[in-house]
Design a protein around this ligand. Structure first.
Ligand code: PLP
Length: 395
């Protein structure tokens, strides 16, 4: 089954719900993107950057001790080994090359965990582009180290003080900046969210994860995985690894959302499981909202999953039944964090820890000869201060 994209929509989801001033900019971006991916010079420049700067292809690791604990054959796609420590840079490299081609000198980005901000600041330094990153005060507090990294890379980090001071508000501020400076600025979105063409474009740039992983699975395991599991914030690492397996009907695609303090508490980020369709940041998809359409603040222990919306393609994959979505709580994610660290010597990002935790706590799901492919979206160095503060090491 393939995803239907028509007029920038995935079934009923997606589209463009933006101020009229942005329509010409989105048209120009869509046209430049289509031209670029059909142009060998563009794909060569991106591939060259991915191999000599980002460090691709990333390895597929076996996970013998985790496999034993889970009762299935677990494989890890190691996006944590990318330059800057997560999958985010796959997308920022490609969009920065596109921005350069479009003659834009100023890059605007929003960031939650700071991973996208760091990845954007990094490629801007590499290409000599000006970089402005909107980051909420709450996230600045949770992710201080990433703020220092962005400043060292010469990006301007603008604190966002509105709303919950997390990803929803950061994105709103970035869009406001773009509306004002649309002629010389390029808005570099960090996930498969936002108005068309962003969701499709970011999928295109992240689908390298699944393309590599599918080939590596066939080479290492001699078969396709029974399931591909990835955490879902906006949904870019999940779409990135799912996309290559979408037509393999026998492969289950499982997205893991953040159940935060538990669904009963109302403090979570599970937009697909607990949200309803609506418009956020220019796109129609599932989101956390009340009966009047007011966006409900999200919560997750991991800043990268702390977003009340989700990419429209996930909404489509959920409704079509091709992918299924599950959730784990903050506490379970912390267990996943500890588990991968202690069993495999890999300290995952707290976002990734959600995917690990779900696979580990649902042992009954797996047959012994099932291969389970998990996307390790990032490394956990950025989360060490937070995790230590929470007392995880004393448990
Ligand atoms: C940003 C981030 C995520 C969540 O974003 P997606 O777009 O859902 O992938 C997950 N893991 C890490 C390490 C991140 O930095």
């Amino acid at each position: 089954m393939t995803t239907i994209v028509e007029n920038g929509r995935f079934g009923a989801f997606g589209g463009r719900y933006v101020p009229e001033t942005l329509i010409p900019a989105l048209d120009a971006l869509a046209a430049a993107f289509e031209r670029a991916i059909a142009d060998l010079a563009f794909t060569r420049e991106v591939d060259e950057m991915l191999s000599t700067y980002v460090g691709r292809p990333t390895p597929l690791s076996t996970a013998p001790r985790l496999s034993e604990a889970v009762g299935a054959e677990v494989y890890l796609k190691r996006e944590d080994l990318n330059h800057t420590g997560s999958h985010k840079i796959n997308n920022t490299v490609a969009q920065a090359v596109l921005a350069k081609r479009m003659g834009k000198r100023r890059i605007i980005a929003e960031t939650g965990a700071g991973q996208h901000g760091v990845a954007a600041a990094t490629v801007c330094a590499r290409f000599g582009l000006e970089c402005v990153v909107y980051m909420g005060e709450e996230d600045i507090r949770r992710q201080t180290l990433n703020v220092y990294r962005m400043r060292l890379l010469d990006a301007k980090v603008v604190p966002v003080t509105s709303g919950t001071r997390t990803l929803k508000d950061e994105t709103s501020e970035a869009i406001r900046d773009w509306v004002t400076n649309v002629n010389d600025s390029y808005y570099l979105i960090g996930s498969v969210v936002g108005p068309s063409p962003y969701p499709r474009m970011v999928r295109e740039f992240q689908s390298v994860i699944g393309k590599e992983a599918r080939g590596q699975m066939l080479a290492a395991a001699g078969r396709l995985p029974a399931a591909v599991v990835a955490c879902v914030g906006g949904g870019s690492n999940a779409i990135g690894i799912f996309h290559a397996f979408e037509s393999d009907a026998e492969v289950r695609l499982i997205g893991v959302e953040a159940a935060g303090r538990g669904f009963e508490s109302g403090e979570h980020s599970a937009s697909l499981l607990k949200g309803t369709p609506g418009v956020l940041h220019g796109s129609y998809s599932y989101l956390l909202q009340d009966a009047d359409g007011q966006v409900h603040p999200a919560h997750s222990i991991s800043a990268g999953l702390d977003y009340p919306g989700v990419g429209p393609e996930h909404a489509f994959l959920k409704d079509s039944g091709r992918a299924s979505y599950v959730a784990v709580t903050d506490d379970e994610a912390l267990e996943g964090f500890r588990l991968l660290s202690r069993l495999e010597g890999i300290i995952p990002a707290l976002e990734t820890a959600h995917a690990i935790a779900w696979v580990a706590k649902n042992k009954e799901t797996w047959a012994a000869d099932d291969a389970v492919l998990i996307c390790v979206s990032g490394r956990g160095d950025k989360d060490m201060a937070q995790v230590t503060e929470l007392g995880l090491l004393d448990r």
